[in-house]
Design a protein around this ligand. Structure first.
Ligand code: NAD
Length: 484
Protein backbone atom coordinates (compact mmCIF):
# COMPACT_ATOMS: atom_id res chain seq x y z
CA UNK A 1 0.00 0.00 0.00
CA UNK A 2 2.90 2.33 0.56
CA UNK A 3 4.44 1.54 -2.80
CA UNK A 4 4.76 5.01 -4.31
CA UNK A 5 5.00 3.68 -7.86
CA UNK A 6 1.65 2.04 -7.64
CA UNK A 7 -0.97 3.61 -9.90
CA UNK A 8 -4.41 2.52 -8.78
CA UNK A 9 -6.57 0.60 -11.20
CA UNK A 10 -10.23 1.02 -11.97
CA UNK A 11 -12.60 -1.82 -11.15
CA UNK A 12 -14.94 -2.63 -14.00
CA UNK A 13 -16.88 -5.82 -14.68
CA UNK A 14 -15.10 -7.55 -11.81
CA UNK A 15 -11.66 -6.85 -13.32
CA UNK A 16 -8.88 -4.48 -12.26
CA UNK A 17 -8.13 -2.48 -15.36
CA UNK A 18 -5.76 0.31 -16.23
CA UNK A 19 -7.32 3.65 -16.98
CA UNK A 20 -6.72 5.38 -20.33
CA UNK A 21 -5.66 8.40 -18.31
CA UNK A 22 -2.67 10.39 -19.40
CA UNK A 23 -2.60 12.14 -16.05
CA UNK A 24 -2.19 10.81 -12.53
CA UNK A 25 -2.28 12.59 -9.18
CA UNK A 26 -0.23 11.72 -6.15
CA UNK A 27 -2.00 10.36 -3.10
CA UNK A 28 -0.30 11.48 0.12
CA UNK A 29 -0.19 10.29 3.68
CA UNK A 30 -1.10 13.67 5.21
CA UNK A 31 0.68 12.82 8.46
CA UNK A 32 4.05 12.40 6.76
CA UNK A 33 3.71 14.10 3.39
CA UNK A 34 4.84 10.89 1.69
CA UNK A 35 3.37 9.81 -1.63
CA UNK A 36 1.62 6.47 -1.03
CA UNK A 37 0.13 5.86 -4.48
CA UNK A 38 -0.88 7.49 -7.72
CA UNK A 39 -4.48 7.85 -8.77
CA UNK A 40 -5.39 7.94 -12.46
CA UNK A 41 -7.41 10.93 -13.61
CA UNK A 42 -9.60 8.70 -15.73
CA UNK A 43 -11.15 9.81 -18.97
CA UNK A 44 -14.68 10.08 -20.21
CA UNK A 45 -14.06 6.94 -22.23
CA UNK A 46 -13.12 5.02 -19.05
CA UNK A 47 -16.33 6.21 -17.43
CA UNK A 48 -18.56 5.43 -20.41
CA UNK A 49 -17.15 1.90 -20.58
CA UNK A 50 -17.93 1.35 -16.90
CA UNK A 51 -21.46 2.70 -17.33
CA UNK A 52 -22.03 0.32 -20.30
CA UNK A 53 -20.96 -2.58 -18.12
CA UNK A 54 -23.15 -1.46 -15.22
CA UNK A 55 -26.10 -1.03 -17.60
CA UNK A 56 -25.69 -4.53 -19.01
CA UNK A 57 -25.34 -6.03 -15.52
CA UNK A 58 -28.58 -4.33 -14.47
CA UNK A 59 -30.98 -6.79 -16.11
CA UNK A 60 -29.63 -9.87 -14.35
CA UNK A 61 -29.07 -8.16 -11.03
CA UNK A 62 -32.43 -6.42 -10.86
CA UNK A 63 -34.13 -9.75 -11.58
CA UNK A 64 -32.15 -11.54 -8.85
CA UNK A 65 -34.47 -12.36 -5.95
CA UNK A 66 -34.26 -9.74 -3.23
CA UNK A 67 -33.34 -12.24 -0.43
CA UNK A 68 -30.52 -13.54 -2.63
CA UNK A 69 -29.16 -10.02 -3.06
CA UNK A 70 -29.48 -9.47 0.68
CA UNK A 71 -27.54 -12.66 1.43
CA UNK A 72 -24.50 -11.20 -0.37
CA UNK A 73 -24.72 -8.15 1.88
CA UNK A 74 -24.85 -10.38 4.97
CA UNK A 75 -21.66 -12.04 3.79
CA UNK A 76 -20.13 -8.63 3.03
CA UNK A 77 -20.99 -7.40 6.52
CA UNK A 78 -19.05 -10.34 8.01
CA UNK A 79 -16.06 -9.65 5.77
CA UNK A 80 -16.01 -5.99 6.80
CA UNK A 81 -16.09 -7.06 10.46
CA UNK A 82 -13.24 -9.52 9.83
CA UNK A 83 -11.15 -6.78 8.16
CA UNK A 84 -12.11 -3.96 10.54
CA UNK A 85 -8.64 -2.93 11.68
CA UNK A 86 -7.10 -3.32 8.26
CA UNK A 87 -9.74 -0.99 6.79
CA UNK A 88 -9.27 1.49 9.65
CA UNK A 89 -5.53 1.56 9.05
CA UNK A 90 -6.02 2.42 5.38
CA UNK A 91 -8.35 5.25 6.42
CA UNK A 92 -5.81 6.67 8.88
CA UNK A 93 -3.01 6.45 6.35
CA UNK A 94 -4.83 8.17 3.51
CA UNK A 95 -7.04 10.57 5.48
CA UNK A 96 -5.09 11.30 8.66
CA UNK A 97 -7.83 10.83 11.29
CA UNK A 98 -6.74 8.87 14.34
CA UNK A 99 -7.01 5.08 14.34
CA UNK A 100 -9.87 5.01 16.86
CA UNK A 101 -11.89 7.44 14.79
CA UNK A 102 -11.09 5.37 11.72
CA UNK A 103 -12.38 2.26 13.51
CA UNK A 104 -15.54 4.24 14.30
CA UNK A 105 -15.87 5.16 10.65
CA UNK A 106 -15.65 1.50 9.66
CA UNK A 107 -18.47 0.78 12.11
CA UNK A 108 -20.62 3.51 10.52
CA UNK A 109 -20.03 1.81 7.14
CA UNK A 110 -20.88 -1.62 8.51
CA UNK A 111 -24.14 -0.26 9.91
CA UNK A 112 -25.14 0.88 6.42
CA UNK A 113 -24.53 -2.63 5.10
CA UNK A 114 -26.59 -4.10 7.95
CA UNK A 115 -29.44 -1.73 7.17
CA UNK A 116 -29.30 -2.50 3.44
CA UNK A 117 -29.38 -6.25 4.16
CA UNK A 118 -32.95 -5.64 5.31
CA UNK A 119 -33.93 -5.03 1.66
CA UNK A 120 -36.59 -7.80 1.62
CA UNK A 121 -38.53 -5.89 4.27
CA UNK A 122 -37.55 -2.41 3.13
CA UNK A 123 -38.63 -3.05 -0.47
CA UNK A 124 -42.07 -4.39 0.43
CA UNK A 125 -44.97 -2.67 -1.23
CA UNK A 126 -48.53 -2.33 0.02
CA UNK A 127 -51.99 -3.44 -1.08
CA UNK A 128 -55.58 -2.43 -0.62
CA UNK A 129 -57.84 -5.38 -1.34
CA UNK A 130 -60.89 -3.31 -2.18
CA UNK A 131 -60.69 0.14 -3.71
CA UNK A 132 -64.13 -0.30 -5.32
CA UNK A 133 -66.43 -3.28 -5.72
CA UNK A 134 -64.28 -6.12 -7.06
CA UNK A 135 -61.30 -3.82 -7.64
CA UNK A 136 -57.91 -3.99 -5.90
CA UNK A 137 -54.71 -1.97 -5.91
CA UNK A 138 -51.13 -2.80 -4.97
CA UNK A 139 -47.83 -1.00 -5.01
CA UNK A 140 -44.52 -2.70 -5.91
CA UNK A 141 -40.97 -1.33 -5.72
CA UNK A 142 -38.32 -1.65 -8.42
CA UNK A 143 -34.74 -0.46 -8.83
CA UNK A 144 -34.04 2.43 -11.18
CA UNK A 145 -30.93 1.37 -13.15
CA UNK A 146 -27.33 2.56 -13.05
CA UNK A 147 -26.52 4.82 -10.09
CA UNK A 148 -23.44 7.05 -9.96
CA UNK A 149 -21.80 7.82 -6.62
CA UNK A 150 -19.38 10.75 -6.12
CA UNK A 151 -17.70 10.98 -2.73
CA UNK A 152 -15.52 13.35 -0.65
CA UNK A 153 -12.14 12.81 1.00
CA UNK A 154 -13.21 13.01 4.61
CA UNK A 155 -15.03 9.67 5.02
CA UNK A 156 -13.54 7.26 2.48
CA UNK A 157 -15.53 4.36 3.91
CA UNK A 158 -18.68 5.74 5.53
CA UNK A 159 -19.83 7.99 2.69
CA UNK A 160 -19.55 5.40 -0.12
CA UNK A 161 -21.39 3.04 2.27
CA UNK A 162 -24.26 5.55 2.51
CA UNK A 163 -24.74 4.83 -1.18
CA UNK A 164 -23.76 1.54 -2.76
CA UNK A 165 -25.01 -1.03 -0.19
CA UNK A 166 -28.59 0.27 -0.38
CA UNK A 167 -28.36 0.94 -4.12
CA UNK A 168 -27.29 -2.62 -4.92
CA UNK A 169 -29.51 -4.27 -2.28
CA UNK A 170 -32.50 -2.66 -3.99
CA UNK A 171 -31.34 -4.06 -7.36
CA UNK A 172 -29.44 -1.19 -8.98
CA UNK A 173 -25.93 -1.33 -10.40
CA UNK A 174 -23.35 1.21 -9.31
CA UNK A 175 -20.39 3.24 -10.56
CA UNK A 176 -18.36 4.90 -7.79
CA UNK A 177 -16.05 7.87 -8.31
CA UNK A 178 -14.14 8.07 -5.01
CA UNK A 179 -12.31 11.21 -3.89
CA UNK A 180 -8.99 11.44 -5.71
CA UNK A 181 -7.43 12.48 -2.39
CA UNK A 182 -8.48 9.31 -0.52
CA UNK A 183 -9.02 6.67 -3.20
CA UNK A 184 -7.36 3.61 -1.62
CA UNK A 185 -10.09 2.37 0.68
CA UNK A 186 -12.65 2.11 -2.15
CA UNK A 187 -10.53 -0.50 -3.91
CA UNK A 188 -10.42 -2.64 -0.78
CA UNK A 189 -14.21 -2.32 -0.47
CA UNK A 190 -14.51 -3.66 -4.03
CA UNK A 191 -12.21 -6.62 -3.34
CA UNK A 192 -14.32 -7.59 -0.35
CA UNK A 193 -17.55 -7.21 -2.34
CA UNK A 194 -16.15 -9.63 -4.88
CA UNK A 195 -15.25 -12.04 -2.08
CA UNK A 196 -18.82 -11.77 -0.80
CA UNK A 197 -20.01 -13.07 -4.17
CA UNK A 198 -21.30 -9.94 -5.89
CA UNK A 199 -21.73 -10.68 -9.62
CA UNK A 200 -19.45 -8.91 -12.07
CA UNK A 201 -20.49 -5.46 -13.24
CA UNK A 202 -22.85 -4.70 -10.35
CA UNK A 203 -20.30 -2.50 -8.57
CA UNK A 204 -17.63 -0.58 -10.46
CA UNK A 205 -15.05 2.06 -9.61
CA UNK A 206 -13.69 4.74 -11.92
CA UNK A 207 -11.03 6.89 -10.27
CA UNK A 208 -10.54 10.46 -11.29
CA UNK A 209 -11.85 13.99 -10.99
CA UNK A 210 -14.03 16.43 -12.94
CA UNK A 211 -14.20 14.47 -16.22
CA UNK A 212 -15.55 11.38 -14.51
CA UNK A 213 -18.05 13.46 -12.54
CA UNK A 214 -19.24 15.22 -15.69
CA UNK A 215 -19.44 11.88 -17.48
CA UNK A 216 -21.71 10.52 -14.76
CA UNK A 217 -23.85 13.65 -14.92
CA UNK A 218 -24.22 13.50 -18.70
CA UNK A 219 -24.36 9.79 -19.55
CA UNK A 220 -28.00 8.98 -20.34
CA UNK A 221 -27.70 5.46 -18.96
CA UNK A 222 -27.00 6.82 -15.46
CA UNK A 223 -30.40 7.24 -13.85
CA UNK A 224 -29.48 8.65 -10.46
CA UNK A 225 -26.62 10.49 -8.79
CA UNK A 226 -25.67 10.36 -5.12
CA UNK A 227 -23.20 13.13 -4.34
CA UNK A 228 -21.48 14.17 -1.11
CA UNK A 229 -18.97 17.03 -1.05
CA UNK A 230 -18.48 20.77 -0.76
CA UNK A 231 -21.23 23.33 -1.36
CA UNK A 232 -20.22 24.76 -4.75
CA UNK A 233 -19.73 21.29 -6.22
CA UNK A 234 -22.97 19.98 -4.67
CA UNK A 235 -24.90 22.86 -6.24
CA UNK A 236 -23.24 22.23 -9.60
CA UNK A 237 -23.91 18.48 -9.47
CA UNK A 238 -27.53 19.00 -8.46
CA UNK A 239 -28.21 21.52 -11.23
CA UNK A 240 -26.39 19.63 -13.97
CA UNK A 241 -27.76 16.22 -12.96
CA UNK A 242 -31.32 17.56 -12.82
CA UNK A 243 -30.88 19.32 -16.14
CA UNK A 244 -29.99 15.91 -17.55
CA UNK A 245 -33.20 14.53 -16.02
CA UNK A 246 -31.62 12.35 -13.35
CA UNK A 247 -32.62 11.85 -9.76
CA UNK A 248 -30.04 13.69 -7.67
CA UNK A 249 -29.31 13.83 -3.98
CA UNK A 250 -26.45 16.23 -3.26
CA UNK A 251 -25.23 16.42 0.32
CA UNK A 252 -23.27 19.60 0.70
CA UNK A 253 -21.05 21.70 2.98
CA UNK A 254 -21.83 22.73 6.52
CA UNK A 255 -21.17 25.11 9.39
CA UNK A 256 -22.56 23.51 12.52
CA UNK A 257 -23.53 25.52 15.57
CA UNK A 258 -23.87 24.58 19.21
CA UNK A 259 -25.80 26.66 21.72
CA UNK A 260 -24.64 26.38 25.34
CA UNK A 261 -27.07 27.73 27.95
CA UNK A 262 -26.31 28.91 31.47
CA UNK A 263 -27.75 25.74 33.01
CA UNK A 264 -25.65 23.34 30.88
CA UNK A 265 -23.46 20.67 32.44
CA UNK A 266 -20.22 22.44 31.52
CA UNK A 267 -18.03 19.44 32.05
CA UNK A 268 -20.02 17.44 29.50
CA UNK A 269 -20.53 20.38 27.13
CA UNK A 270 -16.83 21.20 26.88
CA UNK A 271 -15.78 17.56 26.46
CA UNK A 272 -18.36 17.08 23.71
CA UNK A 273 -17.51 20.33 21.94
CA UNK A 274 -13.74 19.73 22.00
CA UNK A 275 -14.40 16.36 20.42
CA UNK A 276 -16.85 17.76 17.88
CA UNK A 277 -14.65 20.72 16.90
CA UNK A 278 -11.23 19.06 16.79
CA UNK A 279 -12.01 15.37 16.16
CA UNK A 280 -11.00 14.28 12.64
CA UNK A 281 -9.14 17.62 12.49
CA UNK A 282 -12.47 19.43 12.09
CA UNK A 283 -12.90 17.74 8.71
CA UNK A 284 -16.38 16.43 9.42
CA UNK A 285 -19.55 17.73 7.83
CA UNK A 286 -20.99 17.48 11.35
CA UNK A 287 -18.03 19.18 13.07
CA UNK A 288 -18.95 21.86 15.57
CA UNK A 289 -17.48 25.08 14.21
CA UNK A 290 -19.42 27.78 16.04
CA UNK A 291 -20.58 27.97 19.65
CA UNK A 292 -23.13 30.52 20.84
CA UNK A 293 -22.67 30.58 24.60
CA UNK A 294 -24.91 32.39 27.09
CA UNK A 295 -23.07 35.30 28.66
CA UNK A 296 -23.47 34.06 32.25
CA UNK A 297 -21.18 31.06 31.76
CA UNK A 298 -19.09 32.21 28.81
CA UNK A 299 -15.84 32.87 30.75
CA UNK A 300 -15.96 29.56 32.61
CA UNK A 301 -16.91 27.72 29.41
CA UNK A 302 -13.96 29.14 27.47
CA UNK A 303 -11.53 28.49 30.31
CA UNK A 304 -12.54 24.81 30.42
CA UNK A 305 -12.53 24.51 26.65
CA UNK A 306 -8.98 25.84 26.40
CA UNK A 307 -7.85 23.61 29.27
CA UNK A 308 -9.19 20.51 27.52
CA UNK A 309 -7.81 21.58 24.14
CA UNK A 310 -4.36 21.96 25.72
CA UNK A 311 -4.44 18.26 26.61
CA UNK A 312 -4.92 17.15 23.00
CA UNK A 313 -2.08 15.10 21.59
CA UNK A 314 -1.23 15.99 18.00
CA UNK A 315 0.54 13.66 15.59
CA UNK A 316 0.30 10.67 13.30
CA UNK A 317 -3.10 9.04 13.87
CA UNK A 318 -1.51 5.60 14.00
CA UNK A 319 0.50 6.54 17.10
CA UNK A 320 -0.84 5.65 20.54
CA UNK A 321 -2.78 8.40 22.28
CA UNK A 322 -2.87 10.79 19.31
CA UNK A 323 -6.20 12.57 19.06
CA UNK A 324 -5.58 15.24 16.44
CA UNK A 325 -4.12 14.20 13.10
CA UNK A 326 -3.28 16.36 10.10
CA UNK A 327 -5.60 18.15 7.69
CA UNK A 328 -5.77 16.58 4.27
CA UNK A 329 -3.25 18.56 2.20
CA UNK A 330 -0.64 21.27 2.42
CA UNK A 331 -2.91 23.69 0.49
CA UNK A 332 -5.68 23.04 3.02
CA UNK A 333 -3.28 23.81 5.86
CA UNK A 334 -2.29 27.06 4.13
CA UNK A 335 -5.94 28.01 3.67
CA UNK A 336 -6.62 27.29 7.34
CA UNK A 337 -3.70 29.48 8.43
CA UNK A 338 -5.10 32.27 6.25
CA UNK A 339 -8.47 31.92 7.99
CA UNK A 340 -6.75 32.24 11.36
CA UNK A 341 -5.01 35.43 10.21
CA UNK A 342 -8.31 36.70 8.80
CA UNK A 343 -10.05 36.02 12.13
CA UNK A 344 -7.43 38.11 13.91
CA UNK A 345 -7.61 40.94 11.40
CA UNK A 346 -11.41 40.96 11.55
CA UNK A 347 -11.16 41.59 15.28
CA UNK A 348 -11.96 38.24 16.89
CA UNK A 349 -10.00 37.40 20.05
CA UNK A 350 -7.65 34.44 19.57
CA UNK A 351 -7.89 32.57 22.87
CA UNK A 352 -6.03 29.49 21.70
CA UNK A 353 -3.55 29.58 18.84
CA UNK A 354 -2.88 26.15 17.33
CA UNK A 355 -0.29 27.26 14.83
CA UNK A 356 2.79 26.33 16.81
CA UNK A 357 1.60 23.51 19.01
CA UNK A 358 3.82 20.72 20.21
CA UNK A 359 3.49 17.77 17.86
CA UNK A 360 3.35 19.89 14.74
CA UNK A 361 6.07 18.48 12.58
CA UNK A 362 7.84 19.88 9.54
CA UNK A 363 6.42 17.04 7.53
CA UNK A 364 2.69 16.48 7.44
CA UNK A 365 -0.10 19.03 7.42
CA UNK A 366 -0.85 19.80 11.05
CA UNK A 367 -2.81 22.60 12.67
CA UNK A 368 -3.44 22.57 16.41
CA UNK A 369 -6.78 23.34 18.11
CA UNK A 370 -7.56 27.00 17.51
CA UNK A 371 -10.27 28.94 19.35
CA UNK A 372 -11.61 32.44 18.72
CA UNK A 373 -13.85 34.40 21.11
CA UNK A 374 -15.99 37.47 20.29
CA UNK A 375 -16.73 36.26 16.78
CA UNK A 376 -19.58 37.99 14.93
CA UNK A 377 -21.72 36.87 12.02
CA UNK A 378 -20.06 39.47 9.77
CA UNK A 379 -16.73 37.64 10.01
CA UNK A 380 -15.51 35.15 7.44
CA UNK A 381 -14.57 32.63 10.14
CA UNK A 382 -18.23 32.66 11.22
CA UNK A 383 -19.66 32.42 7.70
CA UNK A 384 -17.39 30.01 5.81
CA UNK A 385 -16.88 26.32 6.26
CA UNK A 386 -13.22 26.29 7.36
CA UNK A 387 -13.17 22.47 7.62
CA UNK A 388 -10.21 22.43 10.01
CA UNK A 389 -9.65 22.52 13.81
CA UNK A 390 -10.79 26.13 14.18
CA UNK A 391 -13.67 26.97 16.54
CA UNK A 392 -15.51 30.31 16.75
CA UNK A 393 -17.31 31.46 19.88
CA UNK A 394 -20.01 34.09 20.08
CA UNK A 395 -21.52 35.33 23.33
CA UNK A 396 -25.32 35.59 23.30
CA UNK A 397 -27.89 36.99 25.73
CA UNK A 398 -30.22 34.00 25.68
CA UNK A 399 -31.51 31.05 23.67
CA UNK A 400 -33.60 33.23 21.33
CA UNK A 401 -30.51 35.26 20.49
CA UNK A 402 -28.50 32.11 19.85
CA UNK A 403 -31.15 30.65 17.56
CA UNK A 404 -31.57 33.92 15.66
CA UNK A 405 -27.84 34.12 15.10
CA UNK A 406 -27.50 30.47 14.07
CA UNK A 407 -30.36 30.80 11.58
CA UNK A 408 -28.42 33.50 9.71
CA UNK A 409 -26.09 30.81 8.37
CA UNK A 410 -26.68 29.66 4.82
CA UNK A 411 -25.82 26.15 5.96
CA UNK A 412 -28.11 23.99 8.08
CA UNK A 413 -26.68 20.53 8.55
CA UNK A 414 -26.42 19.95 12.31
CA UNK A 415 -27.04 22.02 15.44
CA UNK A 416 -26.73 21.12 19.11
CA UNK A 417 -28.01 22.50 22.39
CA UNK A 418 -26.48 22.02 25.82
CA UNK A 419 -28.97 22.52 28.65
CA UNK A 420 -30.87 20.67 31.38
CA UNK A 421 -34.14 22.43 30.62
CA UNK A 422 -36.74 20.52 28.57
CA UNK A 423 -38.60 23.67 27.56
CA UNK A 424 -35.43 25.15 26.07
CA UNK A 425 -34.82 21.96 24.13
CA UNK A 426 -38.34 22.12 22.74
CA UNK A 427 -37.98 25.78 21.76
CA UNK A 428 -34.61 25.00 20.12
CA UNK A 429 -36.08 22.05 18.22
CA UNK A 430 -39.02 24.07 16.96
CA UNK A 431 -37.12 27.20 15.89
CA UNK A 432 -33.65 26.17 14.73
CA UNK A 433 -32.85 25.79 11.03
CA UNK A 434 -30.97 22.50 10.82
CA UNK A 435 -31.82 18.97 9.81
CA UNK A 436 -29.87 17.03 12.44
CA UNK A 437 -30.14 18.13 16.05
CA UNK A 438 -28.23 17.12 19.15
CA UNK A 439 -29.21 17.54 22.77
CA UNK A 440 -26.23 17.44 25.13
CA UNK A 441 -24.15 15.67 22.48
CA UNK A 442 -21.59 17.14 20.09
CA UNK A 443 -21.94 15.27 16.80
CA UNK A 444 -25.59 14.40 16.12
CA UNK A 445 -24.88 12.27 13.03
CA UNK A 446 -27.84 9.94 12.53
CA UNK A 447 -27.29 6.19 12.23
CA UNK A 448 -27.91 4.38 8.94
CA UNK A 449 -31.62 3.73 9.55
CA UNK A 450 -32.38 7.48 9.83
CA UNK A 451 -31.88 9.97 6.99
CA UNK A 452 -28.84 12.23 6.94
CA UNK A 453 -31.07 15.22 6.61
CA UNK A 454 -29.29 18.54 5.99
CA UNK A 455 -31.35 21.64 5.18
CA UNK A 456 -30.77 24.89 3.26
CA UNK A 457 -27.40 24.99 1.45
CA UNK A 458 -26.27 21.82 3.22
CA UNK A 459 -28.43 19.68 0.93
CA UNK A 460 -29.88 19.86 -2.57
CA UNK A 461 -32.60 17.44 -3.53
CA UNK A 462 -35.57 15.80 -1.93
CA UNK A 463 -34.67 12.34 -0.61
CA UNK A 464 -31.64 12.27 1.69
CA UNK A 465 -29.07 9.49 2.08
CA UNK A 466 -29.90 6.59 4.41
CA UNK A 467 -33.08 5.64 6.24
CA UNK A 468 -36.35 5.28 4.33
CA UNK A 469 -35.23 8.22 2.17
CA UNK A 470 -32.40 6.04 0.88
CA UNK A 471 -34.80 3.21 0.00
CA UNK A 472 -37.10 5.64 -1.80
CA UNK A 473 -34.22 7.32 -3.63
CA UNK A 474 -32.98 4.04 -5.12
CA UNK A 475 -36.41 2.63 -6.03
CA UNK A 476 -39.41 3.50 -8.18
CA UNK A 477 -42.93 2.16 -7.86
CA UNK A 478 -45.55 0.43 -9.94
CA UNK A 479 -49.15 0.64 -8.79
CA UNK A 480 -51.31 -2.16 -10.13
CA UNK A 481 -55.07 -1.77 -10.16
CA UNK A 482 -56.86 -5.03 -10.99
CA UNK A 483 -60.27 -6.56 -11.50
CA UNK A 484 -60.37 -10.32 -11.68
P1 NAD B 1 -15.18 18.32 -2.90
O1 NAD B 1 -16.44 19.01 -3.26
O2 NAD B 1 -13.90 18.98 -3.20
O3 NAD B 1 -15.12 16.90 -3.64
C1 NAD B 1 -16.20 16.00 -3.61
C2 NAD B 1 -16.21 15.19 -4.90
O4 NAD B 1 -16.49 16.05 -5.99
C3 NAD B 1 -14.87 14.53 -5.18
O5 NAD B 1 -15.10 13.22 -5.65
C4 NAD B 1 -14.24 15.42 -6.26
O6 NAD B 1 -13.45 14.72 -7.16
C5 NAD B 1 -15.46 16.00 -6.97
N1 NAD B 1 -15.22 17.37 -7.44
C6 NAD B 1 -14.53 18.36 -6.81
N2 NAD B 1 -14.56 19.50 -7.52
C7 NAD B 1 -15.29 19.24 -8.63
C8 NAD B 1 -15.69 20.01 -9.74
N3 NAD B 1 -15.34 21.29 -9.87
N4 NAD B 1 -16.42 19.43 -10.71
C9 NAD B 1 -16.78 18.13 -10.60
N5 NAD B 1 -16.44 17.34 -9.57
C10 NAD B 1 -15.71 17.88 -8.58
O7 NAD B 1 -15.30 17.93 -1.35
P2 NAD B 1 -14.15 17.39 -0.41
O8 NAD B 1 -13.22 18.50 -0.09
O9 NAD B 1 -13.62 16.11 -0.93
O10 NAD B 1 -15.00 17.03 0.90
C11 NAD B 1 -15.27 17.93 1.93
C12 NAD B 1 -16.63 18.57 1.75
O11 NAD B 1 -17.65 17.58 1.76
C13 NAD B 1 -16.97 19.52 2.91
O12 NAD B 1 -17.57 20.66 2.37
C14 NAD B 1 -17.95 18.73 3.74
O13 NAD B 1 -18.87 19.49 4.49
C15 NAD B 1 -18.67 17.96 2.67
N6 NAD B 1 -19.33 16.78 3.23
C16 NAD B 1 -20.67 16.86 3.41
C17 NAD B 1 -21.32 15.79 4.00
C18 NAD B 1 -22.80 15.87 4.23
O14 NAD B 1 -23.37 14.89 4.65
N7 NAD B 1 -23.45 16.98 3.98
C19 NAD B 1 -20.62 14.65 4.38
C20 NAD B 1 -19.23 14.61 4.17
C21 NAD B 1 -18.59 15.70 3.58
Amino acid sequence: MTNTNKTLKNYVNGEWIESNAEKTESVYNPATGEVIAKVPISTREDLDQAVEIAASAFTGWSETAVPKRARILFKYQQLLVDHWDELAEIITIENGKNFKEAQGEVLRGIECVEFAAGAPTLMMGSQLSSIATGLESGEYRYPIGVVGGITPFNFPMMVPCWMFPMAIATGNTFVLKPSERTPLLANRLAELLEEAGLPKGVFNIVHGAHDVVNGLLENKKVKAISFVGSQPVAEYVYKKGSENLKRVQALSGAKNHSIVLNDADLENATTQIVNAAFGSAGERCMACSVVAVEEGIADKFIELLVEKSNEIKIGNGLDEGVFLGPVIRDQHKEKTLQYIEKGESEGARLVRDGRNDKGIQDKGYFVGPTIFDNVTSEMKIWQDEVFAPVLSITRVKNLEDGVELTNQSKFANGACIFTKHGGSVRKFRETIDAGMLGVNIGVPAPMAFFPFSGWKDSFYGDLHANGKDGVNFYTRKKVVTARW
